[in-house]
Design a protein around this ligand. Structure first.
Ligand code: ADP
Length: 704
């Protein structure tokens, strides 16, 4: 039976409504209101018991919330979860229909149709007859008031129905206000909680340096806040368009197995999110064809991208065993988490990459046969590989890192070359013999931010072959000299004892010249072989002036025959050269000899020198043929000779400059040239000198 709430609106009704408003007006706490409202209704209405049903936020159910007055069941709190029914069942039940239509509903227990959802309420409260009124705000049902007289069973008059209807309006408003208030308070509390967590995350992420912690921590927060049961954090490789799980929690199967499954099924939702860079909440995974079921229990899923400068660097995925397990608030939180964790995750990823690269590099370094030594600031050892330890006969279990290089390479020739390279501040290539008795080709190079790198390649097998070759050349050349001496002797005898006609004399002279050429070729070859086998220099102070003087003397007669002027402009005052007088004499005799040889008659040759810091530069300058830029690049190669009309008639082996270069370099010197075709050439030789700190030595006579 229903009553129209508008049936009689009398002053009394306004008054009671006003009374109720006054009593409840200031009550915003929902819990308090739930206590006060039934009490006030009971007093105003004069009934024995008032019960209050409340609609849920989603307007889907009504639950019994409070009972006030007589015969209150023991466990009303417990009933909240048990007594409910759907308000959408309006057409099936007159009570629900009346409430949704805003009408008072009166019924007796006997009149309750069987199967009514109210039956549970009737049973719980042992209702016989009751009056009920809906609490409506803006056409929304927020609750129902239900009154009865269980003790006395006094019938409820229609008048009471009207008053109840009048009270329903202010009661509904009060309830709605309290609801709104508590919702706001709840949201505020949740926001505060979020803020607190995010603040804590900031602190923890900034504090941690271990990358695994960053991944695990971020995922842990995501799971905790979303109440998800499982989840993973995967790094996204944009180039390979693939994800790599770096943290996962809550799954029964191993990550490798799940990853394989995900990859073979097109990457799943996480990869879809990585590609699109938009977060996705999947309320029911069975409805998404891209979803790869990683566990039968999972029902809903959420993936959120972690961005860094507009790029997706990772994806956080969380999964729930409940349908619709993730809501907007969860998404918002994980997005905030992703934004905060982005930098830390990226740093962790870069750090891990760097560590991996370093491990790779140190593995390579440790396992290559080449010797690698890195010397850092203040000449301290930064890196030394196994090959280096073995080659230098150092102890493998001693930690040499950080030690001064002079202590590590104690007394070794290597240290000397290193010091030389460092003072010159230039890269040096040098052949060195190490304590393991093997020969290495050592490259000393300087790198900003690193220091010095010494990389040495074992060339012992090469040296051995070269040695063999040199021995062969030495033997062959020695054996060749023998018949040449014989030939020379008979040629001389021929000239002395035979009266030859003019043509015969020309032939003999030509044979003589050919023998001479062969002779010098053999000499040069022997010299080259000797140098390559490694000449031992006997270092003495050498006066540059005297050295040049003697070399000029050696070629003076040839110069005279060509009416050439040879000038020695080298000052006697210059500091002495640190060198082997015999070899240096070979160097300059060769250079001055070439200058005379490749200059037309009446030309000029001038030798000069200037002192530089710890070195002397000697120039051999001629007014001769000059050398083209292309030939200049090859002129120091073995057997290289310039082919031109002018040089055709000039004899030579093409070994002279190759020998000169080797000898100069053996002295730690350098050779270069400046030349223009037709305008002459200048060969520059720089050689180390004794510096002031060394006792002023007496220059040696450079005679060979
Ligand atoms: P060789 O003189 O026995 O041919 P070198 O090795 O001494 O061999 O010289 C190589 C080549 O360099 C020579 O053939 C010559 O063409 C060129 N050359 C050397 N010195 C000079 C020079 N002062 N002027 C012009 N050309 C030169």
């Amino acid at each position: 039976m229903t009553l129209d709430t508008n049936r009689s609106v009398s002053d009394t009704h306004y008054k009671v409504a006003y009374d109720l408003m006054l009593r409840l007006g200031s009550l915003l706490e929902l819990e308090q209101l739930l206590k006060q409202l039934p009490l006030a209704i009971r007093e105003i209405l004069g009934v024995e018991r008032v019960s209050l049903l409340l609609a849920d936020d989603d307007q889907a159910t009504l639950r019994l919330y409070a009972v006030e007055g007589a015969q209150v069941p023991d466990d009303v709190q417990g009933l909240r979860n048990r007594v409910f029914f759907s308000i959408y069942e309006r057409d099936d039940f007159p009570s629900v229909k009346a409430w949704l239509d805003g009408q008072v509903y009166r019924a007796s227990a006997a009149a309750m149709s069987e199967g009514s959802p109210l039956e549970i309420v009737v049973e719980t409260l042992k209702l016989t007859e009751f009056l009920s009124a809906p609490l409506n705000v803006d056409d929304t049902l927020v609750g129902v008031l239900l009154v009865d007289n269980p003790d006395t069973q006094t019938p409820l008059s229609p008048e009471k129905g009207d008053i109840l209807a009048a009270l329903a309006a202010p009661a509904a408003v009060a309830l709605q206000n309290a609801n709104l208030h508590s919702k706001t308070v709840r949201e505020l509390a949740s926001k505060m909680h979020q803020l607190h967590i995010l603040h804590q995350i900031d602190r923890e992420l900034n504090d941690t340096i271990k990358q695994d912690n960053v991944y695990d921590m971020t995922l842990d927060w995501a799971l905790r806040f979303t109440n998800a049961q499982a989840g993973s954090l995967a790094l996204y490789d944009e180039e390979r368009d693939d994800l790599r799980v770096v943290a996962d929690l809550g799954y029964d199967t191993p990550v490798e197995q799940r990853e394989m499954l995900r990859r073979t099924h097109g990457g799943g939702i996480a990869l879809r999110v990585a590609r699109s860079s938009y977060a996705e909440v999947i309320p029911d995974v069975s409805a998404d064809t891209d979803y790869v079921l990683l566990s039968n229990l999972i029902q809903s899923h959420m993936s959120v991208p972690v961005m860094r400068e507009d790029r997706v660097i990772a994806v956080i995925s969380v999964e729930s065993k409940r349908l619709n397990g993730m809501n907007e608030e969860h998404q918002e939180f994980v997005e905030k988490l992703a934004a905060r964790g982005g930098v830390a995750i990226d740093n962790a990823r870069l750090f891990a990459d760097a560590v991996r690269e370093r491990e790779k590099l140190s593995y390579i370094l440790a396992n290559i046969a080449d010797v690698v030594i890195v010397v850092g600031h203040e000449d301290r050892l930064v890196l030394i590989n196994h090959s280096a330890l073995a080659a230098l006969r150092l102890y493998p279990d001693v930690d040499y890192i950080g030690m001064p290089i002079s202590e590590v390479l104690e007394h070794s020739y290597l240290l000397e070359v290193f010091r030389h390279a460092r003072t010159q501040m230039q890269n040096v290539l040098e052949e060195v013999k190490l304590p393991n008795d093997r020969t290495y080709y050592a490259h000393f190079s300087t790198h900003t931010d690193i220091g010095w790198m010494i990389v040495m390649h074992d060339i012992t097998p090469l040296k051995e072959t070269e040695q063999l070759k040199n021995e062969l050349v030495a033997t062959v050349t020695h054996d060749l000299k023998q018949p040449l001496t014989v030939m020379n002797g008979y040629l001389e005898m021929l000239q002395m004892h035979q009266k030859l006609e003019q043509r015969g004399e020309t032939y003999v002279r030509m044979i003589g010249r050919a023998v001479q050429t062969m002779w010098s070729l053999i000499d040069d070859l022997m010299m080259m072989a000797k140098i390559e086998a490694g000449v031992q220099l006997e270092i003495h102070p050498v006066s540059a002036h005297r050295l040049v003087e003697e070399c000029i003397e050696q070629v003076q007669s040839i110069a005279d025959s060509k009416a050439m002027i040879l000038t020695n402009n080298v000052s006697v005052e210059l500091p002495p050269i640190k060198g082997d007088p015999k070899r240096l004499s070979q160097v300059f005799a060769n250079l001055i000899g070439n200058a005379v040889k490749y200059t037309a008659p009446e030309g000029k040759v001038r030798v000069w020198a200037e002192a530089h810091e710890a070195s002397l530069m000697i120039g051999v300058q001629d007014s001769g043929l000059g050398i083209s830029p292309e030939d200049q690049t090859r002129i120091f190669d073995r057997f290289y000779r310039v082919r031109s009309a002018e040089t055709e008639s000039i004899e030579g082996t093409g070994l002279g400059l190759a020998i000169v270069k080797r000898l100069v370099e053996n002295h730690r010197g350098q050779i270069g040239l400046e030349s223009r075709l037709g305008e002459g050439s200048t060969f520059y030789v720089t050689l180390p000198t004794y510096d002031n700190s060394e006792n002023e030595p007496q220059p040696e006579n450079s005679s060979v």
